[in-house]
Ligand binder design. Sequence first.
Ligand SMILES: Nc1ncnc2c1ncn2[C@@H]1O[C@H](COP(=O)(O)OP(=O)(O)OP(=O)(O)O)[C@@H](O)[C@H]1O
Ligand SMILES: [Mg+2]
Length: 633
Amino acid sequence: MAPAGLTPPLWAGAAAPARSTEASHAPHGASSPAGRPPSRRASRWARHDRILRLLLRVGRLFVPLWPWLLLLVVATVAGISAELLEPMLHQAFVNRVLLGHQTRLLPEILAFYALAATGNWLAGNLVHYAFLQATERFSVRLRAAAYGHLRRLSLAALRRTSTGEATAALQQFGPEVGEGFLGLVQSILASLYRLPASLALMAHLSGPLMHVMLPALALYPLYPLLTARPLRRALTALALFDVHAQGVVNDRIAGLRGLLHQVEASEDVGALRALLWRRVPLRMRAFLVDRAGALLDVAVHQGITVLLLGVGGSAVLHGDMTVGGLLAFLEYVRGVEGPVRRLLHLPIGAQRVAVVAERLFALTDVPVDVPPPRRPRPVRLRGEIEFRGVGCTGDDGRDILVDIHVRIPAGARCAVVGGSGAGKTTLGALIPRYLDPDRGAVWIDGCDVREYDLAGLRAAVALVPQDPVFFRESVLENVRVGRPHASEREVGQALARAHAEDLLTGGPVGGRTLHEAGGNLSGGQRQRLALARAYLQAPAVLVLDEATAALDPALQRAVCADLFAGSRGQTVVFITHQVELAARADMVIVLEGGRVRRVGPPAQVLWGAPPAGGEPTPPGGESPRRGPRRPAE
Ligand SMILES: Nc1ncnc2c1ncn2[C@@H]1O[C@H](COP(=O)(O)OP(=O)(O)OP(=O)(O)O)[C@@H](O)[C@H]1O
Ligand SMILES: [Mg+2]
């Protein structure tokens, strides 16, 4: 139950959305060892370093996709080469055919033109294809790995994880990181090839014009340099808002059923609308900064074009340059402007990719606090459970369980009772390692559970939680979660033992389709379905966390009778608030404030020696009217 070691976020010092929780992280990574705030320069370098590390980390994930990356590089180079040919063909057409009247060259020029255009088209499509192949595969891998990571987390770590943010990360951030990163790489590659190639061809076309062009190149960075900082801030604020709002919206939708009863709809919609409205000024700010900068860009472009037209036109009039040469030169100017602009804007794109990647990695970096053993022991359990000095501490440092020493013999039925918050659920979750204790160990059959193969352990120890989870699938498939290859007959038997066989016949093949979270079932039906799921697993140890609490008394008696009758040889640990149920156990553990208060047979633990003048009140419940009795078997 150790807290997740999340690193301080990248946006420390960047413009974070107002009132967002991210802002509270800001000071962490940004303070110097001496406690003084770092200089602006130091924090800028730290941020650059951070972005670079994140991009390298994303880049490493692309390495196995090298064949698609290679195709992307080859196709990009081929496409740009074909494009670079076109101004030369225009030059030949104007100079030779239009002005030189050499019409016999026309078919040759047209053939080359068709070749270059086809090559360009083919290469463009190949670039697109390779890009999609690489980014789609990347996104599948990343999302599957992130989901796989979540599946390895403990119950405590999952409770700390926001479902909304995790959904946003898996659904949206995975593809966005892949496409953003590869877009950056392709942009660098294309620019680094197109820029020098265009300049070389321009130098070949006209030396004097290059004397104008080269100093003019210095004007291009004017726009990105002046606007980079405000634009980066505006876009980062927008990116931060988007990831934050996505998480909030997902969380709201997931919890909508609960909100129905508790919050007035108009209040709730108003709160969400207020949050979503905050995007509008952020988006407008980014737009205005970008457009203001673009004005400067247009001015630079027009100025340079006018200069080149003046100098180039005079060169043409003096016979130092051909008309076709001037036209081709001007076409190459566009080939220079694009790459220069893209290269200068790279830091902004890189920052956005880094912000999203960092959110994604924050999810996948949550440490696996239930690590699988290096050399897992095979699992063949009789089911003797022993808690040896077990202690658990919550995220807030408070003790949840303290020094638990208890032995539950194999095949025993053990009731765990105690008031709300006594630590019963936590104790049950330790057995199949949904949690690991902070102190001490849980042993099964003389071996620390941490040494067993984790999948085998969880197959051998079935836990029916207080709030079972169901999927939007048929009843059959929902029960099969416990054993995916079980036959329909076996599922039917498990449902019958849980007194829920009617659910299988209540609809098309496989029973009715469940709504999300089993929303079209009653509380009691949900509990019986969860029991059937556990029965199907045929585990050596069955842990039931208030698994029959929602059933009416008659049904509860019948379900429990069948539970006990069918569990011979199984160790059954059942957490309950009902004294009548606890009285049917072979032993009872009484928890209070995370400590074991009493252990022993029910007659002794629940009632002890009745004091003169009345029945003592049993722990965690009301007085039973009858004495303990063995379950009907
Ligand atoms: N990760 C955590 N960090 C801090 N406290 C926690 C954490 N998980 C559980 N707790 C606290 O530990 C205590 C025991 O929780 P637990 O769910 O085990 O109680 P319980 O006996 O099952 O209660 P109930 O009968 O209400 O189900 C509670 O006070 C709970 O708030
Ligand atoms: Mg509980």
